[in-house]
Design a protein around this ligand. Structure first.
Ligand SMILES: Cc1cc2nc3c(=O)[nH]c(=O)nc-3n(C[C@H](O)[C@H](O)[C@H](O)COP(=O)(O)O)c2cc1C
Length: 187
């Protein structure tokens, strides 16, 4: 696919077909995605791929957190169940983990590079007919979730990517043309 078209047509996908995404394919795409610009070549990322029954640990953590946050005691169980099912409706979840450098500047540079890796992956996957959405739900760095996937002290979850073959592609939200945001200084 033409790069310009790929960048413009990629969408965040929220609903997926009930069809497995081969883990090997995502691993292969990640191997290209990591060719991101990265100051000092810190390569602070690692990736946790959860699929099949492997998704249950994340779904259970999500259930626990949503039960905890549901203020109505009568709704706790149903709310937990709803969110458990929501997680299980994603054929694959890729947790993006970043080592947190103690120096703010390096940490910010590392976050920027990690975001580039995510977008690289998202474009490469789109080219293969695979969709995803970068999720940053409120429980992303809660201990329950961290333990569920083995995130270590000194590491931070940057996002969970919900990955699958799209069941529908959302309409694009319009973008403000860059021309409206450009200041040209040429003399
Ligand atoms: C850092 C980051 C965090 C995001 N977190 C969420 C999220 O928690 N839930 C969600 O539905 N979408 C999330 N998104 C996806 C955006 O909502 C999406 O990119 C935006 O609506 C534009 O749609 P598009 O990606 O289809 O162009 C996130 C995107 C980024 C870059």
């Amino acid at each position: 696919m033409d790069l310009k078209q790929l960048i413009r047509e990629r969408r965040s996908v929220h609903r997926f077909q009930d069809r497995e995404v081969p883990a090997e394919l995502i691993m292969e795409l990640l191997d290209t995605a990591v060719w991101a610009p990265n100051h000092r070549l810190t390569q602070p990322w690692r990736f946790i791929i959860s699929c099949g029954d492997g998704r249950k640990a994340i779904a259970e953590a999500c259930r626990t957190m949503n039960e905890r946050w549901e203020w109505d005691p009568q709704k706790k169980q149903a709310t937990g169940e709803k969110y458990y099912k929501k997680i299980m409706s994603n054929p694959m979840i890729v947790t993006i983990v970043m080592k947190e450098n103690p120096y703010l500047q390096v940490r910010e540079e590392d976050y920027a590079s990690t975001a580039i890796v995510i977008h690289n992956l998202s474009l490469l996957a789109w080219e293969q007919g695979i969709g995803m959405v970068w999720e940053t739900y409120p429980w992303l760095n809660e201990q329950v979730f961290r333990e569920a996937v083995g995130i270590q002290p000194g590491e931070r979850a940057v996002g969970n990517l919900h990955v699958g073959y799209p069941a529908g592609i959302p309409h694009a939200a319009p973008r403000i043309p860059a021309s409206e945001r450009i200041t040209l200084i040429d003399r």
